[in-house]
Write a protein that binds this ligand. Sequence first.
Ligand code: BDP
Length: 648
Amino acid sequence: MHPAAWAALGPLLWACGLALRGGMLYPRESPSRERKELHGLWSFRADFSENRQRGFEQRWYRSPLRESGPTLDMPVPSSFNDVGQDRQLRSFVGWVWYEREVTLPQRWTQDLGTRVVLRIGSAHYYAIVWVNGVHVVEHEGGHLPFEADISKLVQSGPLSSCRITIAINNTLTPHTLPPGTILHKTDTSKYPKGYFVQNTNFDFFNYAGLHRPVLLYTTPTTYIDDITVTTGVDQGTGLVDYQIFVQGSEHFQLEVRLLDQEGKVVAQGTGCRGQLQVPNAHLWWPYLMHEHPAYLYSLEVRLTTQTAAGPVSDFYTLPVGIRTIEVTEHQFLINGKPFYFHGVNKHEDADIRGRGFDWALLVKDFNLLRWLGANAFRTSHYPYAEEVLQLCDRYGIVVIDESPGVGIVLAQSYGNQSLQHHLEVMGELVRRDKNHPAVVMWSVANEPASFLPPAGYYFKTLIAHTKALDPSRPVTFVTNSNYEADLGAPYVDVICVNSYYSWYHDYGHLEVIPLQLATQFENWYRTYQKPIIQSEYGAGAIPGFHQDPPVMFSEEYQKALLQQYHMVLDEKRKNYVVGELVWNFADFMTDQAPQRVMGNKKGIFTRQRQPKAAAFLLRERYWRLANDTWRPPAAGRSQCPEGGLFHV
Ligand code: BDP
């Protein structure tokens, strides 16, 4: 490998295999916990040096970044790619440096009974963090949070401020998730010396930076480190099994109370584990499956320890939805009732901010989902921000929670090193998202080359590991109808299959869809006898392009293609098809390529979240499906503007 490639990887090579330690509870305020968000402007510099190592050679973390060279203002959270006017920064590969000075409340720096934690929601892809020039944590993986206990550092001197420096490398290798390769262009008649590009096998722009909230929060030094909740129902009685993990002391008391939405205590317990029983429980139902969907209880946990200064308590409140999930040979059951996924695939993607978290965008997207009558989405093709899942819990939008295992097509990506990393990522994902009632299934990968011989062992191991981490949820991976063999399918609980008839094959021939799609479903069901979700289907449409009879890229073609799929879906959902997720919710950015017109245009909404004609078609369909699959009691019925029974 060319030296610059190793340099671009940098410390990635020596830090693989970090073990999973401790819990990853979402930082919430409570009487014992404070939080300080580090949103806003950070100082920023991309290391454009030829080997991308100048920052390490000159130790940019040792003193304020502005002292080692010019800096830019960079918003956090945001991708760094699209906020500037610099073409080179947009497609930069290598190390970028972020820095922020923070003033801390006096109590945090002087009270030795306070634990101060730095939490980074996500940093794509490899991150190294220093506080006041001292290395505190490293993390591999661009879509999951990581933390460092920085109490000792901020409590050791007279300083009331601290300087946080984060170096982030977006280089992908055959062993990262998603994988990628660095390609060196060595023909000096065509490319300048040292020229390299990053190649990937996935269809979205490799945005990078600090994509999610960065924050500091406190706990007492003996604290609630993790909570695991699983739920069941026995003849109307809700069962909430809890397990609580404590750090900092072996002598403590734990009290647990479950409160309903009126604030009434409905069950209580003590100790690290137990079962709470809730007679006549309000179940957590998906949106459009019940008059009162998404009922959430609050699990209040109080930990008390005795210290020389008297008793100290830590409080944490976890939202809990009581529901069950079951998969049969041909059904997906929620609370014992057949559930039909009618929804979308999404991306975390928008103008300017790239993959950066944004509340306004989030709320807009949920308003659109509810307008559409969507009851589900898949987090294609990586875990989304925790705030997204919290809204799913609150609104009853069901989630297939996907790992960043997308574009696993190289033989090298099926070796032990990749598998180990994938196992760790599933561990981090389950640890973060296990308590969300909205999450009903894990997806370990999207369209891996599951026909390659090592894929059998790889997916058998990965799926077994995921089931061991969380026996309460089914596991899938998403395959493509083109694959001749699928060595992973025997191990999944639900078959998720993507197909693009009359788009990537038989261009323009919409008439072949019914036959090809019916054959697809029949073959998969005959082979595996498992419920099937049409996990992707769709067509590109450039907003405002019209042509009738329809031709590709017109809004009419997108609509007509979806309609052809719907005819077959309506037949097969009577038997074993349990869902349909259109590709994609909104247009999104990709790498530049002749077949992409400023990104992928298969959105039913534009990138700015305005509807194309297909959105109205799907809206009509999803409300109808909701009314077909769940008939509310007559008294609860109300007309939606299009004649459905539910309110929009
Ligand atoms: C599917 C991929 C998805 C792509 C889509 C497309 O899973 O990531 O964006 O194709 O080509 O196969 O639009």
